[in-house]
Design a protein around this ligand. Sequence first.
Ligand code: G4P
Length: 528
Amino acid sequence: MSFLKEIQRRRTFGIISHPDAGKTTLTEKLLLFGGAIQEAGAVKSNKIKKGATSDFMEIERQRGISVATSVLAFEYNGIKINILDTPGHKDFAEDTFRTLTAVDSVIVVIDVAKGVEEQTEKLVEVCRMRNIPMIVFVNKMDREGKDAFDLLDEIEQKLGLTVVPLSFPIGMGYEFKGIYNIWEKNINLFSGDSRKDIEETIEISDLDSSELDKLVGEKAANTLREEIELVEGIYPVFDKEDYLNGKLQPVFFGSALNNFGVRELLDCFVEIAPKPRPKQSEERLVEPKEDKFTGFVFKIHANMDPNHRDRLAFVKIVSGKFERNKAYLHVRHNKKMKFSSPNAFFAEKKEIVDISYPGDIVGLHDTGNFKIGDTLSEGENINYKGIPSFSPEHFRYINNADPLKSKQLFKGIDQLMDEGVAQLFTLELNGRKVIGTVGALQYEVIQYRLEHEYGAKCTYENLNVYKACWIDPKNSKTEEYKEFVRVKQRFLAKDKQNQLVFLADSPFSLQMTQQKYPNIKLHFTSEF
Ligand code: G4P
């Protein structure tokens, strides 16, 4: 197959949701359609079960599983689909944000009873900012939930989306009879436990036909007619370009658990979802069809096997072909590297591959050369952007608990930070090291991994910080800046890239500082 055809048949996306909305179940059903797995339950969930917060080993074990499910690839009707896994647990939200830099589109799963939940709001906001095309799947229609129109309103209001229903439920919960597929203009009836092959698809070109009354009963048929009329009256007509530009979001209804409405979603997805998209680098826009390879690291996963300390760096291929054993430029280190065993990912396994194409993800074994955001190329000095750090939520001093192992401790901290586990700040005043994290869970992860992978011990000490704000060095020559640095020295630190950061201890002090030094620009992300 030609290079261009290989690119055009790829769809790389992520499924995002609040925990428990049904992301894992939906993923599994999609894989079943692709024939990538044979039975339900084959995909191990990498989600961290409720109540696991205190059981650290369990979390690590489950994160270990997640290496295997980081990328799930399968073929459907000649299309190569790559699903990038995104952890739902909020303590790993940064992992998800970074993964979103590697997807070309997303599917948002919403629980019909719970509606729009907190984690969904945050993730959708990130997608909206980047104009990532989104399809919404309203799940659990077999349960009693919110009225479809109310829910569509809620999605528009809370998520700031412009929705267009492409399917519509016929009843819900006990009364759930099926789905009217607006996209294909046919009806799918629900028979309780429909399986992979849904045979009940019935073509209805005219909703007014009496056939409909026979199938679902007069009452349900009339309700559906009214509802579809309303849908046509209220919502815009679906426009593929608007969807691709992030201006409009199609909505499907269904029940992942019962495999209902999933085929409709998948069929529409392969038809409308974007092929690998061009990506902006600091230097220029890079097109997938360019013949020279470029790609970037969006995720690094530690090996869970203590005997093999290497890590797996996940690289999204942006342009050109990635070939095994070919020398590529590690742009940040200005160093050529070859990879003898790049991994490609499939539904249940990973395998060494010779060639990968734009849209694909390869896993490269790494002994500490990579950090998140690194770019690889065939020689061009190119740097992909768009993986900023956000201000952490928690801050603690990290202390060395074994003076003989300080070298190991520093190496460990250095590598864990490159993996993106947490952020390191070094205080200007006394050089003390502060670890900032999104969730409290990461402190346990760091402590455990320092001990087991690097032979170093650490303790923590609480530190009262409300937010880390990156300081714009633009006005650093002014008197105001100099005074700010002198007066606030106690609150200043350097991040790992040597950028100056202000650690505000309360919303009040942040506000006062901004008032007192109006020309010092404070930013809540590391890229500005
Ligand atoms: P997540 O990855 O988004 O966190 O959600 P997951 O798929 O694990 O689904 C969360 C729970 O919701 C699971 O039940 C799952 O079986 C259920 N579920 C998913 N889709 C549907 C649906 O369409 N209808 C109904 N009624 N339930 C659905 P659980 O009891 O928490 O887990 P499990 O013990 O079944 O694995």
